[in-house]
Design a protein around this ligand. Structure first.
Ligand SMILES: Cc1ncc(COP(=O)(O)O)c(C=O)c1O
Length: 374
């Protein structure tokens, strides 16, 4: 038996014909940037996230960088301002902050949700005079609750969602018997279309979603050299545009996103039912929300032995992430406090196979192997 953790060739195989045709159409169009594929993708993503605007860009890091930069241009953030980030995120969340001359303040996650501990976040917001919070919907689980909801409505603190891993997820909206899509919960959000994502390009791509007209216009201008009309630069901007080819690939895959997220949801439910080994802590499935399971992450104290045990039986796994940002050589001074939960999660998390073509039958067999780990 062989269960690869992720094989993108296999994952994209069911869509090969559609992807090839879409690429051929773009090649034939002669238009490779600033074209209709990007415009249509933006409309589709804005509609999915329930926002007035989407600006498609070069990648997820650039989406987050551009949002923060645009807030600086608009005078809503200033050099050195404190921006709260979770300790257990992919480094790009923090890179977006430091790249803009802002000060990252690291917050512990909750061990249960593996997302930002919002009670701790509220304490740090006061202590560090935090101007913006970046909740990360890690592994596809929405990071949203009463505290963030009221913070977002009281516009004093900006909420910038890192929606890199959660496109299509739905968060419960406090006070309403309803859900709302991630990417439309805070003031702005960055999406990554990195190839491994649930909605992945065949290269780099990303997007900004927001309902703030001024922010959207500023992001769009900054992403195109700071140009408001041809050869006229109002800002010293960047080149962070999306290619037409990638936009076309994403539009094909967008049509299959709901089915893919639904497939992952059923696999997550199946893993939860089938894994009975007390050494393995399965992730919480939250009622009233829709998690999209970009990763299915369990926790195991003896992680290295567990991974070897699975590898010996043909089951590939991965770790997201073994080294938290504050342990990276470039961020030695990031944490001024101990971060025991962040460190514990970094030592214990293991991602199990969930991407295409993993099936319900595969999950049953992988879970059997997991239950044999003693
Ligand atoms: C949480 C998080 N933030 C930001 C990014 C950056 O996205 P990208 O790789 O498209 O630059 C990623 C993805 O890779 C991510 O997982």
């Amino acid at each position: 038996m062989h269960y690869p953790f992720l094989d993108l060739k296999l994952a994209n195989a069911p869509l090969e014909k559609e992807l090839k045709q879409a690429a051929i159409d773009v090649i034939a169009s002669g238009r490779y940037l600033h074209g209709e594929q990007a415009t249509l993708l933006e409309q589709e993503i804005a509609s999915l996230c329930g926002t007035r605007h989407c600006v498609a860009v070069s990648n997820g890091l650039d989406a987050l960088r551009l949002i923060l930069r645009a807030y600086k241009v608009l005078g809503q953030l200033h050099d050195g301002d404190a921006v709260l980030v979770p300790g257990n995120t992919f480094v790009a969340t923090v890179l977006a902050v430091s790249d803009n001359g802002l000060h990252p303040v690291v917050c512990e996650p909750s061990a249960e949700t593996m997302n930002l501990d919002t009670a701790e976040a509220m304490r740090l917001i006061d202590q560090y005079n935090v101007k913006a919070v970046m909740p990360v919907h890690l592994y596809g689980t929405p990071c949203w609750d009463e505290r963030l909801h009221s913070l977002a409505r009281d516009r004093g603190v900006l909420i910038i969602e890192d929606n890199a891993q959660a496109i299509g997820a739905q968060a419960a909206v406090p006070g309403l018997n309803d859900t709302r899509a991630t990417g439309g919960l805070g003031h702005a959000a960055g999406i990554s279309f990195y190839p491994t994502k649930n909605l992945g390009a065949l290269g780099d791509a990303g997007a900004v979603t927001t309902s703030d007209d001024a922010l959207a216009a500023t992001v769009r201008t900054l992403a195109n050299y700071g140009t408001d009309r041809r050869y006229h630069n109002i800002y010293a901007g960047l080149n962070c545009r999306i290619d037409e080819i990638q936009a076309a690939m994403l539009r094909v895959k967008r049509r299959h996103l709901e089915a893919e997220n639904e497939r992952r949801h059923h696999l997550a439910l199946a893993y939860r039912e089938a894994i009975t080994n007390p050494r393995v802590i399965t992730p919480t499935i939250f009622e009233g929300t829709r998690q999209v399971w970009h990763q299915y992450v369990v926790r195991v104290a003896e992680r290295d032995r567990f991974r070897q045990f699975l590898a010996d039986r043909g089951v590939g796994t991965d770790i997201h992430y073994a080294t938290p940002p504050h342990r990276q050589p470039c961020y030695r001074t990031l944490a001024d406090r101990p971060l025991p939960i962040t460190e514990q999660l970094a030592d214990e998390v293991v991602s199990l196979p969930i991407a295409q073509p993993i099936s319900m039958a595969d999950v049953a067999l992988i879970s059997e192997i997991i239950n044999e780990f003693a």
